[in-house]
Design a protein around this ligand. Sequence first.
Ligand code: SAM
Ligand code: SF4
Length: 331
Amino acid sequence: MLKDSFGRIHDYLRISLLDKCNFRCLYCLPHSPHNKNGFQSKHESSLMTADEIERFADSFVKLGVKKIRLTGGEPLIRKDAKEIILRLSKFPVELTLTTNGSQIDEFIDTFQEAGIKSVNVSLDSLEAATFHKLTGRNEFEKVFGNIHLLLDKQFHVKVNVVVMNGINETDIRGFIEWTKNAPVHIRFIEFMPFPGNHWQPDKLITYKEILESIGDHYPEIEKLNDGVHDTAKKFRVKGHAGTFAVISTMSEPFCGGCNRMRLTADGKMRNCLFSKIETDLLTSLRAGNDITPLIVECLFGKHYMLGGHNEQQWATSHSESKERTMLAIGG
Ligand code: SAM
Ligand code: SF4
């Protein structure tokens, strides 16, 4: 069993399959006037192979991991993504993934074969033009259609919406309307600062503001129970088939019950999304060493909150203070 120095059991591993993406989301990738995509992805030889991912998963599962989420970059554009999903499905874990939704139709059979029950899909707007502005791609219909494909096939679908003031905050109401008849679980995410994503305090719409704007139109909101490890505060508009939640990383961090660890696509373990340091597991694995002591040590160095960033300055800290992009860490 993996415990940090605060006694928190860690049984959830997020594995990034790839630090590349077919989308260009404003909030995720670094942007500058000279370089629209300032992110340099790693050379293929420095990425974990399918074999290595399986070996890492084996080590973590032996240490008590019960849930594995595949992420990226975009996990489903990796050439051997199907093979990796099927290999990991052999472990006694809840296997799931976070995707931008563009490739789901190609993978739906693999998801079923792998026994995946729940998928998180990012969709930040219900307007094709806003979707294009946010992602740099004209794929709203494709992603929306793929979410409905998942729903038709009885998957539990969570839709991740990063709310940015001045861009998509007017979509909040449409997302809530969607939950009326569709059993879809919307998660509004507070916009977080990462290098080059031009985060500014005035672009942040907080948990409270999101809730207030929903309450203006839907007076009958009920609070749902949140689990101890949940990052989202869950609600339902009375009578609606689906639910909504807010992930309040900026205004009300929820680190107390954290059970997550991360593995980047180049095999570095991070004990927190906001960690300032990482542990190179891949070099050690390739040298033939036992990686268990490194995993234990990395987790033991975990800070109680926010990767050791100062909580007082958190909601106003600026983007250049974080070391890796979301795309490179694996969101
Ligand atoms: N490509 C996949 C996707 O978009 O779902 C998986 C990787 S993405 C980095 C994982 C999640 O991180 C997405 O839900 C995305 O919306 C979220 N994300 C990325 N940048 C963010 C930011 N600056 N603030 C809040 N959430 C962010
Ligand atoms: Fe790609 Fe996901 Fe980042 Fe958008 S949020 S650029 S889809 S990795």
